[in-house]
Structure formats: structure tokens, C-alpha cells
Design a protein around this ligand. Structure first.
Ligand SMILES: *Cc1c(COP(=O)(O)O)cnc(C)c1O
Length: 370
């Protein structure tokens, strides 16, 4: 049998690429608490990606980043309005921040919150909404114009941009200038994978400073806790990997985009669009984490996953079950979720990793049609 194609095979930067940074830790004896490597990483991202606009705070993972961002920006009210078509971390973070998730449907093409249905929820729930948490689905450059306006005028917005670190829209790094919090994940399975980690960006440097303090036990100047803080700091070892990954990232991103391009080419060559297979309508240049594909109406993703598995291809079905279909969130209130439920029956996550070739892509897509 030909080799198995795993769903993901993360390739983090090799240890020799940050060995010199580890030796710096040995000599400084600084291991955490926003040490020199952490500070250097945050400063480089702001200077090189955001042209000096706003600030960035590293966090030990995006879930904790979301908890902090929601807790720090929420207004009174009980609901965190969000899509159900997201990773469980989004509603879990709202629950840890003391809120009830309220699920709203997504757009059938972008797979992000449907703006019209969101407006209906805003009108319907009004003051009961504490925060809105849109998800930039699978790394897309979700348009933040409406959300920036909403954040400034009435309802705080936290963007779950877990897979969007490196996404560029019109040549600008994703989130630049956004007045609320934008949360990125650096988990090993994300494009900017460093093991465990993440970062929160905001153009509002004062708010970001508050979030940083909350992530260090809420300690004020005299080391007295003055907020319901927690510990969200990364170690200097993690920061060393982040700095080495920053150097390697342009190369990694172009590799990922090239594999995505082979998928697009092969999908067209096999005329899969004409028989109802559908790709996500994305905005901007995305550092794809995997290859999402929607099966035609009437073709269940489970059947495709099984067929591919028999052919030695490992796939997933993110995000199926959708959040409202999971026991932890089954009691959460929601608006109509017809599109989410349709996506949940048909969504496939196909392999995409840096060592893949176009021959792999061909084998996967040929397998799909059976
Ligand atoms: C990966 C992911 C998270 C969680 O990130 P961690 O760094 O693993 O905590 C949150 N939301 C979404 C949409 C994700 O894809």
C-alpha cells in the first residue's frame, strides 16, 4: 500500500535554529515574566508586521488569551454572541469569563458570522449582550470594519483570529488598527506553530496594557493584585522558539499557500466545483492551517472521511459537531442555525502540511470522487 497521508504533520523550527537564544537564557538567568526574548518577539511583531501601530501581548495559549480578552473588555450583560461554527475554545472562554454563549448562524460562503443575523441578535438581545466574539474562520481575513464601529460605539468585540496570524488583507497584517482585542493561537497545529502559545493584539495600547497586567495575576505597581487576574505568561524558552519561527515564517507561509494552490488547481482539473464541491470564500492571503472543503448537498462528510481513510488518507471534519451540538453547549441559547447545521454535515478538513507535494494533493482529491 502507498504511504498513509496524515491529516497534519507539524514541522516546528529545528532546535539548532534557536540554540543560540537558549544559551542567552542560560547567561541571563531570566526564564519568564515578559523577559528579554519575549519582549523582543513582541516588539519585532509590532515593528515589522504592524508598522509600529498598537501592541501585542504573548499568552500561553489562545484559549487563555480569549478568556482574558473577554473578561477585560466585556460590559454588563450576560451573553457572548458568537458563531456555533467555531472551535470549542471560543464558547469555553466565554463561560470561564462568566458569560453564556449565544450562538448565531454563519454565512454560507465565508463561514463567518452572518452580518444580517448578527444584527438581528444585536437588536433582539440589546443590553443583555456583554461582548460579541466573531471568529475569522480558518484564518480568513474577516472584515473588521463593522466590528470596529460596533466596538467603538456600543458593544465590545473580541476577535477569535486563532488561525489568522500571518493573514494579510490589502498588504496589511491582519487586525492592524483594530480597537478591540484580536486573539491568535501559536499551537503546534496552527501555521505559526511553536508548541503552545498565542498572542493578543490591539491598537488600543492602554487596554492591551491592562490585559497584560491581568495576565500577571492582576499585579499593579506594588505587586498587589487589583484585578481577577491569572497567569498567561510564556516562558523565555517558548519565546526563543517564537523568535526563530518569526525568522522562518515567510518561507513556511509560502509553502502552505503553494499547497493550497495545488488543491485549487486540482479541484478545477477534476471539475469538482461543477458537481457541487465548494471551497471557502476567503478574504486576503491566508497562511492555511489545513484545507477545508464542503461536500455537495446529500454527500455526508462522514462517508467521505471513511472512504479516504480506506485509501490511507486521514481527514477531519472541523467544526463538526458544531458547538451547539456538543454536550457542554447544548443548553446555550441560539438563533436559527440552519447554515451551521448544513456545514456540520458536509464540512471536511483535508491534509495540508509543509512537507506535502502536489502528488499527495492529487491522490487525496481523486480519492474524494471515489
Ligand atoms: C486553535 C483554536 C483556538 C485555541 O487555541 P489554543 O492556542 O490551542 O488555546 C481557539 N479558537 C479557534 C477557532 C481555534 O482554531
Amino acid at each position: 500500500m502507498t504511504d498513509r497521508i496524515p491529516f497534519l504533520r507539524p514541522s516546528l523550527v529545528p532546535s539548532q535554529s534557536y540554540f543560540g537564544l537558549l544559551q542567552r537564557i542560560d547567561s541571563t538567568h531570566l526564564y519568564s515574566n515578559y523577559g528579554p526574548l519575549c519582549t523582543e518577539f513582541e516588539a519585532r511583531v509590532i515593528a515589522e508586521a504592524y508598522d509600529g501601530a498598537g501592541s501585542l501581548c504573548t499568552v500561553n495559549n489562545a484559549t487563555i488569551g480569549l478568556v482574558l480578552a473577554i473578561q477585560q473588555s466585556r460590559r454588563p450583560g450576560r451573553y457572548a454572541v458568537m458563531p456555533s461554527f467555531t472551535f470549542a475554545a471560543t464558547p469555553l472562554a466565554a463561560q470561564w469569563a462568566g458569560l453564556d454563549p449565544y450562538f448565531v448562524d454563519v454565512d454560507p460562503e465565508t463561514w463567518c458570522l452572518d452580518p444580517i443575523k448578527l444584527q438581528e441578535a444585536l437588536d433582539h438581545l440589546g443590553e443583555e449582550i456583554a461582548v460579541v466574539v466573531p471568529y475569522a474562520t480558518f484564518g480568513t481575513g474577516l472584515d473588521l470594519k463593522f466590528y470596529a464601529e460596533l466596538h467603538r460605539s456600543s458593544v465590545p468585540v473580541v476577535v477569535d483570529a486563532a488561525a489568522s496570524f500571518g493573514t494579510q488583507v490589502d498588504g496589511e497584517w491582519y487586525g492592524k488598527g483594530f480597537p478591540g482585542f484580536v486573539v491568535f493561537s501559536f499551537h503546534a497545529t496552527k501555521a505559526f506553530g511553536i508548541g503552545e502559545g498565542g498572542a493578543v493584539y490591539s491598537a488600543d495600547t492602554v487596554a492591551l496594557q491592562r490585559l497584560r497586567r491581568a495576565g500577571n495575576f492582576g499585579f499593579g505597581a506594588d505587586r498587589a493584585s487589583c484585578d481577577q487576574g491569572l497567569n498567561s505568561k510564556i516562558s523565555e524558552y517558548t519565546a526563543a522558539i517564537a523568535l526563530a519561527t518569526w525568522e522562518a515564517y515567510p518561507e513556511k507561509v509560502s509553502r502552505r499557500r503553494a499547497i493550497h494552490d495545488s488543491y485549487e488547481t486540482e479541484l478545477a482539473a477534476l471539475n469538482l466545483g461543477e458537481v457541487g464541491w465548494q471551497t471557502q470564500k476567503v478574504r486576503g492571503a491566508v497562511p492555511f492551517q489545513f484545507m477545508p472543503l464542503l461536500s455537495p448537498e446529500g454527500v455526508l462528510n462522514r462517508q467521505v472521511v471513511d472512504r479516504l481513510s480506506d485509501l490511507g488518507v486521514e481527514c477531519r471534519t472541523y467544526f463538526s459537531p458544531a458547538c451547539h451540538q456538543q454536550p457542554q453547549f447544548s443548553g446555550c441559547p441560539h438563533a436559527g442555525l440552519e447554515v451551521t447545521e448544513s456545514l456540520s454535515r458536509r464540512i471536511l478538513s483535508l491534509p495540508l502540511w509543509e512537507g506535502m507535494t502536489s502528488a499527495h494533493v492529487e491522490r487525496i482529491l481523486r480519492g474524494i470522487t471515489g
